[in-house]
Design a protein around this ligand. Sequence first.
Ligand code: ZN
Length: 194
Amino acid sequence: MYFKREYHDPKETIRRILCLDLAKNRRVIFSWLLDGPSNHPNAMSIAGRLIVVNAEWAARLTLFDDNQVWEAFWMTIGHELTHLSGEYVFWEIFTKDKRFVNWVSEVHADYGGAVYAFDGNIEKAINALKYKARDYRQDKDHQGHPSWQRREEYLTEKRFDRELILKIANDTGCVNQTLINSVCKFYKTIVLET
Ligand SMILES: [Zn+2]
């Protein structure tokens, strides 16, 4: 397992996270610059090697030192690490094709996150998604990512494979067969455990 919580003191754990070298120079940083006033825990990967985690995450990890928060956090880090390890690149913006590619990469990162954080344990992964989902009053599909409910449904399939990618194509209204085939070829299958 990649992530283990070894220290009882959350401040010490966070210090360790900041010193964690996640291979190939990848690092986690906490920053107010990532939606500072937000009350949603959020993270993003940038510049091919950094995972920026917002202040809300730092606050929750230190103030509510409980397992659920930590598991959701590890899932988030695993999700971002999966993005960093490579997603299908496609340079359109507002098209259905782009929406399909965006959704596939989000679902891929959820599957990868479950493997990084929990050795593929689906129950823990779903709990982590639910933890994040409950902060949002409205749960809607976006161009960049599916709704939390859909993300949970996609994860429940337990297999990130061609079949799931075809389902996402269908859900996003993408009919570009060349693109769909190319995306299917790009990604390796990920299987989760029950
Ligand atoms: Zn993502």
